[in-house]
Design a protein around this ligand. Sequence first.
Ligand code: ZN
Length: 340
Amino acid sequence: MDVQELNNRIGYSLSQRMRVTRLTLAITLGLILALLGVLTLAFSNQPGTKLHERSVTYIPALPPTSPPVPTPTTQRAPVASPSPTAPLPASLQQDIAFLQAQNLFFYHGNTSLPEVALTFDDGPTPYYTPQVLNILQEYGVKATFFCIGRQVANYPDLVRQEYAAGHIVGNHSWSHPNLTFFSPAVILSQLTLTSDAIQRATGVRPTFFRPPYGALNRQVLTEVYHLGLTTVVWNADPRDWSRPGTDVIIARVLGQTGYGTIIVMHDGGGNRLQTIAALPTIITVLRDHGIRFVTLQQLVDDIHTKAASSTPSPNSVVMKSPLLLKDWRRKKLMWYTASN
Ligand code: ZN
């Protein structure tokens, strides 16, 4: 074996050894990665950490109770004017009657005036709210938006637009929980944070409150009362959030609407294309029946106004009116015939 051959052999065995070392390293690395993979899989299967599932979920429907409730950081706000002097009576019905007597609780407006309030809950949302605003502008309708506080914080420009267009912006809680399940401190925090966010966006503190799900109890009413907010529920509900179809939404609204009606619809909380599609017909048909669209503030201001004519209250004529629905169907048929 000459020197050259020896050098070759040494070189060969060295490169072979290096290859073996590289292979060992690769196997070790592979094993470590595999072990990490198994561990990750094991942890990701733990309940509550299904990250993949969560990442593909579309904006979830608002839960009945929302766990991440912001902790109240403020002390109880000083009682807003007019300052309540008497404690609320015992039962919920009495509470409501007590508030109604002070114009601090409304199911509807003046049933002798041909005016209704359109209200939109659960916004603002970047896709649907601008479309609702466009339709309202096109038809020259003023409405009321009950906004969710955390969405106000996310989309303050939309809330500013609502306010700038002459609509009313109301408080619909911070995260849309069923407030009746929570302590007074949490209720207070939900309301205060939302009013703060609306005030930051519009420069004006809201005066109207709508409880999520319309859920009320004594504690909720007490906090609302202490904050000087007026509670507004509704007396026409097409349940548009359940997406029953545009025609069903139209028919339900027209069938339930009379003088002084407060109509609830939604510009957030899910797909609202049916609501948006229903809106022009609802506005047109009710206008054809001589009904004005007013903000909640106007509806409340008019609550004790006497009707100009001495004819008896016609609320039932329009509300449940088969004529109204027949008119609407005929009109729809005409539109259908005209466009086909
Ligand atoms: Zn709501």
